[in-house]
Design a protein around this ligand. Structure first.
Ligand code: SF4
Length: 307
């Protein structure tokens, strides 16, 4: 295998095909509610970078059932990961979060809980809750780092620094939680070397998984205005495959690659339009990996030196 895919990891761990069910916890985000900002990260859609929950509303059990009905057409018996995706899913008091998480984990077929959040939004009481739940079923925490570079972090209005990410990963790992870091390829003004540095840093940061995502320009994100003004180009498919290859080569062999490209809502996508054809994109990436003999870890350096 050229890289450690999420599917193979899930099969190893749970013994069968596992589907993610996207849930809407009804959260907001400090970059949206006025705490740090009101317009969100520059690339973030109005839905908080989560367009895949089948339905929303306070009843998580009903949301799970609706999401399962969509998958049920594809397969008779499956296991699931309950996935809180949109906005910042630890951004509420622990007593509000606990019933949501417990409802999501309750069905026997749900084998893990995955929670997308940011590293400045996991206070100690929420961490203690996550630990308690992790003793029942695996709890995965997804952190939206996107880049290690301060100028890019300021441009995207991320709202926390790299030291905050490092400290959070240390706390989560000390608590025994599995961590997955999100990285965006193609951020404006980033060079390939900068992207490879981010990948290598994530590889060394002690997390177990990574989601690699293409920068999408979405109609309802502020980035659309900058793009319309010609401030930056988006990536071609060929360039994206090349950059992905460079990142994967710099990740440790045992890191799970949760995603090779993002899933922006097609109706909301301005650029790059080629990314809407996911099947073609994945085929091209696999072909590029074959042609260039791409192997995860080929440029990974335990010493911490960037190759
Ligand atoms: S932290 Fe996440 S949810 Fe909040 S604005 Fe940024 S991308 Fe959107």
């Amino acid at each position: 295998m050229r890289y450690r895919t999420l599917n193979s990891y899930l099969k190893e761990r749970f013994g069968c095909k596992v589907y993610k069910l996207a849930l809407d916890g009804g959260m907001t985000c400090p970059n949206r509610d006025g705490t740090l900002g009101t317009r969100g990260c520059i690339f973030c859609s109005r839905s908080g970078s989560g367009d895949f929950a089948v339905c929303s509303g306070p009843d998580i059990t009903a949301q799970l059932a609706a999401a399962r009905r969509v998958v049920a057409g594809k397969v008779k018996q499956a296991k699931y990961i309950a996935y809180f995706q949109s906005f910042t899913n630890t951004y509420a008091p622990a007593y509000v979060l606990e019933p949501l998480y417990r409802a999501a984990m309750a069905p026997e077929e749900v084998v893990a809980l995955s929670i997308a959040t940011r590293p400045d939004c996991i206070p100690d009481d929420v961490l203690a809750l996550l630990c308690r739940l992790n003793a029942r079923k695996p709890v995965w925490i997804e952190l939206g780092l996107q880049t290690i570079h301060p100028a890019s972090a300021a441009y995207i209005r991320r709202g926390y620094d790299l030291a905050c990410y490092d400290a959070c990963v240390e706390r989560l790992r000390a608590a025994g939680l599995e961590v997955i870091t999100h990285m965006i390829l193609g951020l404006p003004f980033e060079t390939p070397r900068m992207m490879y540095e981010t990948a290598a840093y994530i590889g060394k940061s002690g997390v177990q998984g990574i989601k690699l995502q293409l920068l999408h320009v979405l109609r309802d994100a502020d980035l659309a205005e900058e793009y319309a003004a010609g401030a930056f180009p988006t990536l071609t498919l060929e360039k994206y495959a090349e950059l992905l290859a460079g990142c994967i080569r710099r990740l440790p062999k045992d890191m799970v690659i949760h995603r090779l490209t993002g899933d922006g809502a097609k109706r909301n996508l301005i650029a790059p339009l080629w990314s809407a054809d996911k099947k073609r994109v994945l085929n091209r990436i696999q072909a590029y990996f074959e042609q260039e003999d791409v192997r995860q870890g080929a440029l990974w350096s335990e010493t911490g030196l960037f190759l």
